[in-house]
Design a protein around this ligand. Structure first.
Ligand code: ADP
Ligand code: ZN
Length: 613
């Protein structure tokens, strides 16, 4: 078998086929690779799962010298190197987790030209010793991964990234390629400026993730709703559940475990060792559910995350899209599910009101929240709205989001809104009292609760005027008025107050169109769920796929690597379907490169030939 060094003389397509076992490039991978191989700088924006890694890995193999990859994800470097080693690519990393011996070995390999790729933490480039080491070797290119970390306004800012502009000064002839999945054009400009990449060619892919089904449902009993989602549509699947607070992370993980679903918590309140173990287990074991705050997830390139569920409202569309983007990197059908309710709006508005920072900062937060709320309340295709937000207007309805699958009805809520706002107006006059949404709805429904009688609110003119709607519907009205800024909340108790625009509704100068609250959750099985994927396997292939999975699990365990480092699900499915009977046939399957063919080929043929266990 040819060593990767011999491959350098061949072209990129051959590397793609021989090393990675893939047939064709995706999207503009080929353009990026040609550009960088020729020595050009590039800024690459592609959604998660788009295939960014090949854009620098292949040029590193084709160009003479070592490809140096700067990445903030120290905890994942070992896995990245393992995955490359499994392909026969010579890779190493330098970061603070290495002991002196291991470090020396990597340094020697680098200087001897025995590496194809070297991963570095950004802070390493701040050390003179590392810079001197790099100056003594031959560098094929610099890849700056997670390049949005240089953005000071983003949520992942790493001060060490600012120093990366020095790469160009020290190594003016070495091409640089910066890559990120974070989208807005403002961030892109900032990345280019800060990394001194304004002369670089920009490659911007569509951010659509067609295999992810977006769904946003009204929040009722969120944990129970989550449980049915997992039981009905994702039994045995790996996934991530995001919660806002540490406490709700713990509660939710306990709840799932108590209900027979293997789940682990992850948040900043856990010590570093526990976090590392949980992350490792999530990557290595199959079918684990990670319940986490947003502290979890950046750079987790586990390809078979089948669902991302949010039990609380994300603060921005950017965050939501990044988090949901962790589902389905392997391109197979996956679910992004968010449960959202009135309390979320109240809570987020309150957080903004009490947040530190000046007025401009709070306005920025409010703008982000408004965009997120607009996505939740839309009666349009969620995906086309998302893509429009990221600068891709005019995409047709997707057919794979909840609004496309079960179009919501809208109704004229002007009168309901007027009733609610009048109630708020009456209560607002009792200045020193605090009345939240629940109390308001009690009044509209004519319920003599303790609080209603205590304050004599059963004598208000608005008492009992709202019998035409159910409580859940009234909550929907409150939520949507809050989302549209026709109503606001104030203070610790979520007191409802009028806004400047409320008067337009009360004065009949503005009508209000509302999304109808479904009686029951919309039927969610869309034919794209896991069950449907399993159906795609021909009946005879299903048991073969299970045998291959069992073989893979054993091999992964023996080598101490995640299962997907051996083969992805998509590759095993293809093998099970094609049922190759020779190494030559097996080598035709996408994802089977030379090295893996040599290493696992015979074992796979044996599994295929074997009778069912
Ligand atoms: P990103 O870093 O952009 O999130 P990755 O580089 O991890 O994405 O690629 C996502 C998945 O797609 C990986 O499993 C990768 O092996 C696969 N992939 C990338 N390029 C191709 C291709 N040309 N053909 C087939 N699979 C590909
Ligand atoms: Zn749609």
């Amino acid at each position: 078998m040819a060593s990767p060094a011999d491959l350098r003389t061949s072209d990129a397509l051959q590397v793609l086929r021989r090393v990675f076992g893939y047939d064709t490039f995706r999207g503009f991978q080929q353009d990026v690779i040609d550009h960088v191989v020729a020595g050009g700088d590039a800024l690459v924006l592609m959604p998660t799962g788009g295939g960014k890694s090949l854009c620098y890995q292949i040029p590193a193999l084709v160009r003479p010298g070592v490809g140096v990859v700067v990445s903030p994800l120290i905890a994942l470097m070992q896995d990245q190197v393992d995955a490359l080693t499994a392909l026969g690519v010579r890779a190493g990393f330098l970061n603070s987790t290495l002991d002196l011996d291991a470090r020396r070995r990597v340094e020697a390999a680098f200087l001897a030209g025995d590496l194809d790729l070297l991963y570095l933490a950004p802070e390493a480039l701040g050390s003179r010793a590392t810079v001197q080491l790099l100056e003594r070797g031959k560098i094929a290119l610099f890849a700056i991964d997670e390049a949005h970390c240089v953005s000071q306004w983003g949520h992942d800012f790493r001060p060490d990234y600012l120093a990366l502009s020095m790469l160009h000064e020290r190594w003016p002839d070495v091409p640089r390629i910066a890559l990120t999945a974070t989208a807005t054009s403002a961030t892109r400009t900032e990345i280019a400026t800060r990394l001194d990449l304004t002369g670089a060619r920009h490659f911007v892919a569509s951010f659509d993730r067609p295999n992810i089904q977006y769904r946003i449902v009204p929040k009722r009993e969120p944990r129970k709703q989550l449980l049915s989602l997992l039981r009905d549509e994702h039994p045995g699947d790996a996934g991530i559940v995001y919660c806002l607070s540490r406490a709700s992370v713990e509660k939710t993980a306990d709840f799932l475990t108590a209900n027979g679903i293997a789940a682990l918590p992850y948040h900043a309140g856990l010590d570093a060792a526990t976090r590392a173990t949980h992350q490792q287990r999530f990557l290595r074991e199959e079918g684990l559910v990670m319940v986490a705050t947003i502290a979890f997830g950046m750079g987790i390139d586990k390809p078979d995350v089948r669902f991302v569920a949010h039990l609380d409202l994300p603060k921005s569309v950017e965050g939501y899209y990044q988090e949901t983007g962790r589902a389905g990197r392997d391109g197979l059908p996956s679910t992004a599910w968010l449960a959202y309710g009135l309390q979320d709006v109240v809570q987020q508005r309150k957080l903004i009101e009490t947040s530190e920072g000046d007025l401009a900062h709070r306005r920025g937060l409010a703008r982000h929240l408004d965009a997120m709320l607009a996505l939740c309340e839309t009666v349009r295709c969620r995906r086309s709205q998302l893509l429009e937000y990221f600068g891709e207007p005019g995409t047709p309805d997707c057919g794979n989001c909840d609004t496309c699958l079960t179009p919501p009805e809208s109704w004229d809520g002007t009168i309901a809104a007027q009733k609610l706002l009048s109630a708020v107006f009456r209560l607002d006059r009792e200045r020193n009292q605090r009345f939240g949404a629940g109390h308001c709805i009690d009044i509209l429904l004519g319920r003599r609760s303790d609080k209603v009688t205590q304050f004599g609110h059963d004598s208000l003119t608005v008492f009992g005027i709202g019998g035409e709607l159910r409580e859940a519907e009234w909550r929907g009205v409150v939520r949507q008025l809050l989302a549209e800024g026709l109503l606001a909340v104030e203070g610790d108790y979520g007191t409802l107050v009028l806004t400047e625009t409320s008067a337009e509704v009360l004065g009949r100068r503005r009508s209000v169109l509302l999304r109808r609250e479904p009686e029951r959750p919309a039927p969610t099985r869309s034919g794209r769920s896991r069950a449907a994927v399993a159906v795609e396997l021909p009946p005879a292939a299903a048991p073969v796929f299970e045998r291959l999975r069992a073989w893979r699990a054993a091999a992964a365990k023996e080598q101490g690597v995640p299962a997907y480092v051996i083969f992805h699900d998509a590759t095993l499915r293809q093998i099970a379907t094609d049922a190759p009977t020779s190494l030559a046939e097996l080598s035709q399957v996408s994802g089977v490169g030379e090295n893996k063919l040599a290493k696992y080929g015979e074992q796979i043929l044996t599994v295929l030939a074997g009778s069912p266990a």
